[in-house]
Design a protein around this ligand. Structure first.
Ligand SMILES: [Zn+2]
Length: 407
């Protein structure tokens, strides 16, 4: 059914998010007769409820309005039926439908309360003490205002404590809403945001503040904030609340992971070596593997071009467009690199050679990126070169460079 189609993926997402909710389905409560007593109360106090709706919303209530909407047994619709009477002893509601159908609908499963009455009815049946809801229900004269009064004046209960939350919007596309078609389902979000980070994303913001979901660079910064134990941005309390049993922070900045995943090109043991060589102890391989998968999916779907790179197997043609000085720089770099040099040592060597040739730093770095990646930007150069296979690197620099005597 329609409900199952949306409900089941949602319940699965809650499980992944470590939300141990017990799901109670209203349609089943109706069928089981859990609503019957409140339905009778609502029908008996129809005029009082109509007066509350009128006073709170400022809109007149139709004389034919009823808090209960019977389901027409002839045409299967709720919307065209009119209540003509009810029996508290037989627990039925009699109706007439626009389709010509008429009959007695059982209160248990034969219809439902209208939304504004259904909501406070649930508070009574389930003993609700705290109710989070979207800001649309919180507007003046909205369903919380009417529900509050119906709860007190008709059902004789205290309304639950309200927690109003704002919308989550999608960067550049406004509030997510199904009518605007700009919705990313929670399940689609979970494909690029690890569940504990998604919890953090929501929890670090007060409920009354709107949240913008931006799957580009801001998503990278968000995961970074969660993973990077050194980050100054981290909200410690939100981190504490975000932890899902069995999932620990990876301890590697996500941006770094995104770079390493592209260097390792799918080779997990190489990724682990690269992590260790860049100063991150590999304590939790399973967590690193998961994070690497998120990084790959993010690169595929949302990463801006500037974050993507691939070491080119062949000499990129763009090398031809480098200046003679830039190509001479590459040649000298290839000559003077030694196996096992650290990122810092290579960094100093780059500066030494660019000074000899009176190149600007940008020209030197651009030459390196063009020769290896075929583009003008890339990861921190000294460190990046230290991660590459030495024989490959020297070969490439020799091919891309010229010795300055005209090639
Ligand atoms: Zn009908």
């Amino acid at each position: 059914s329609y409900a199952e189609h949306f409900l089941l993926p949602f319940i699965e997402a809650m499980r992944q998010l470590g939300i141990g909710a017990e799901v109670i389905r209203a349609d089943q409560l109706y069928k089981q007769g859990a609503f019957t007593e409140v339905i009778i109360t609502a029908l008996e106090h129809r005029d009082h409820i109509a007066a509350i709706l009128h006073e709170e919303t400022g809109k007149a209530v139709e004389p034919t309005w009823s808090p209960f909407q019977p389901l027409c047994q002839a045409c299967g619709r709720y919307t065209q039926t009119r209540v003509t009477g009810f029996s508290a002893t037989a627990k039925t509601v009699s109706y007439r439908c626009a389709c010509g159908g008429e009959g007695e609908a059982p209160m248990a499963g034969g219809g439902k309360l209208t939304w504004r009455v259904d909501w406070p009815a649930r508070w009574k049946i389930l003993g609700v003490t705290v109710e989070p809801f979207g800001k649309d229900h919180a507007s003046k004269g909205g369903s919380y205002d009417t529900g509050k009064r119906i709860a007190r004046e008709v059902f004789g209960i205290e309304p639950p404590y309200p927690i109003v939350y704002e919308w989550i919007s999608l960067q550049g596309q406004g509030d997510m809403s199904s009518s605007k078609g700009n919705v990313i389902s929670i399940n689609a979000m979970l494909e690029v945001v690890p569940p504990e980070v998604l919890r953090y994303f929501i929890l670090r913001t007060a409920p009354q503040k709107s949240i913008t979901f931006d799957p580009g660079l801001p998503l990278l910064r968000l995961i970074d904030e969660y993973d990077d134990l050194e980050s100054q941005e981290r909200n410690a309390r939100a981190i504490e609340l975000s932890v899902i049993q069995g999932i620990e922070p990876v301890g590697v900045p996500y941006r770094h992971m995104v770079t390493l995943v592209q260097i390792a090109q799918g080779d997990f043991s190489r990724l682990l070596t690269l992590l260790q060589r860049s100063g991150y102890p590999v304590t939790n391989e399973a967590a690193i593997r998961k994070r690497a998968e998120y990084a790959r999916r993010w690169l595929e779907r949302f990463a801006p071009e500037e974050m993507k790179f691939a070491v080119q197997a062949e000499l990129p043609p763009a090398v031809q467009e480098l200046t003679p000085e830039q190509r001479q720089f590459l040649h000298r770099l290839g000559e003077r690199l030694r196996p096992g040099m650290s990122g810092d040592e290579i960094h100093r060597l780059i500066y030494e050679i660019k000074d000899e040739l009176q190149l600007k730093p940008a020209q030197a770095f651009q030459a390196i990126y063009v020769a290896l990646l075929g583009k003008t930007r890339g990861p921190r150069a000294g460190w990046f070169l230290s991660t590459l296979d030495f024989a490959f690197l020297r070969q490439r620099l020799a091919e891309a460079g010229t010795d300055g005597e005209g090639g």
